[in-house]
Write a protein that binds this ligand. Structure first.
Ligand SMILES: Nc1ncnc2c1ncn2[C@@H]1O[C@H](COP(=O)(O)OP(=O)(O)OP(=O)(O)O)[C@@H](O)[C@H]1O
Ligand SMILES: [Mg+2]
Length: 340
């Protein structure tokens, strides 16, 4: 593993996060910088004609944050990536590549010659003679856009991966039983199943923080910015505003919680193991007052807000500055922790 400083960059649909890490021994990293700024609305996928502006914004952000590292690991938005678990007979890594070459098209919504894909072995069962691999594919155009934005900002992309892969590395200990990670962002809620520290199933639900704000806006007849402010400040605290915020957000939260439940049930039904009873929550919406308690009850799982800094060394000022904003940085930290 290289000991070079590296940057994890997570360009979300609302917020861009950047984390600079330096390896500091086995499974430990020193946090150099953590910074965030508003994204162009819709993120990269929503702004194909606006890529130059992204580079300019990244250059400014790096300068202001005092970031020196130039090697970048970036996240592709979960919703733009196809992640599939493929069952194969036991074979070598080269054979897996060859086998997938012929199958990849059936798992992705675009022709194989316009896609970039890679795989990771997630399970080998010598008794049954079978194995499972996670196949991850994205459009070449999207990957090229990320590489080009970073290059224009003077950065070198050394790896790209999915948001959920990064989060699971940052905050799910390998000793955990099979559990969920739930990233409630702005446009989407990403749900992953993690087994022995490894992501084995991934899904995107296109409902998250933005839908909560809009629900408050229309239900209470408020300006969008005020609805956002209420959501962030009072969240699901039913003692505030006569419980109207909870009432307004409830239908949206029901969609999110029932899709999370379905994801867990689907996974359990496919893998005749025990049900999943544990979940880690992250993403901006994890910071909403009473969110973790409400979601835990609605999904019927023990749930806690994940700490992305658990494997990092932070000095006192960093601890104070980041005390409450951990949920924003799960993806960026996990990216920075990847082997390069
Ligand atoms: N304290 C808070 N309470 C409630 N919501 C919050 C709070 N802080 C941030 N948010 C919400 O979190 C969302 C942004 O979170 P995050 O940065 O994880 O999203 P993103 O990565 O930009 O979006 P996506 O992952 O969907 O592309 C916004 O909807 C914002 O309103
Ligand atoms: Mg996000």
């Amino acid at each position: 593993m290289s000991n070079l400083p590296r940057l994890g960059i997570d360009i979300g649909s609302t917020t861009t996060k950047m984390v600079e890490l330096v390896p500091a021994g086995k499974d430990k990293w020193k946090l150099v910088t953590a910074a965030s700024m508003p994204s162009f609305s819709g993120g990269i996928a929503g702004n194909p004609a606006n890529l130059g502006s992204f580079s300019q914004a990244l250059i400014k952000m790096r300068k202001e944050a005092g970031v020196r590292a130039t090697k970048v690991i970036a996240a592709l938005p979960e919703g733009q990536v196809s992640s599939h678990v493929v069952e194969l007979p036991l074979m070598s890594d080269d054979e897996v590549k060859q086998a997938l070459q012929w199958q990849v098209e059936q798992y992705i919504p675009i022709p194989a010659d316009r896609a970039v894909w890679s795989h990771q072995v997630i399970r080998k069962d010598p008794t049954s003679g079978g194995m499972e691999v996670m196949l991850v594919a994205a459009a070449k155009n999207l990957v090229n856009a990320y590489v080009s934005i970073m290059e224009q900002a003077g950065l070198e992309v050394v790896a790209l991966e999915t948001e959920l892969m990064a989060i699971s590395r940052a905050m799910v200990p390998s000793s955990y039983p099979t559990s969920l990670i739930i990233d409630v962002g702005s446009k989407s809620t990403n749900v992953g199943v993690v087994e022995k520290g490894q992501l084995v199933f991934a899904r995107t639900i296109p409902t998250a923080g933005e839908a909560l704000t809009r629900a408050i806006q229309s239900s209470l007849g408020l300006e969008l910015s005020l609805a956002e402010q209420y959501k962030v400040t009072y969240g699901l605290d039913s003692t505030k505003l006569g419980g109207k915020l909870v009432e307004a957000m409830k239908p949206v939260l029901n969609v999110i919680s029932s899709e999370i439940r379905k994801t867990a049930d689907f996974y359990t039904s496919k893998h005749s193991g025990q049900g999943i009873t544990l979940a880690t929550l992250t993403g901006g919406v994890a910071m909403m007052p009473e969110m973790v308690a409400m979601l835990s009850g609605a999904v019927g799982m023990e749930m806690s807000v994940g700490d992305p800094f658990i494997k990092l060394v932070l000095d006192k000022p960093q601890q104070q500055a980041l005390a409450t904003s951990g949920p924003l940085y799960g993806v960026a930290v996990g990216l920075g922790m990847r082997d390069i």
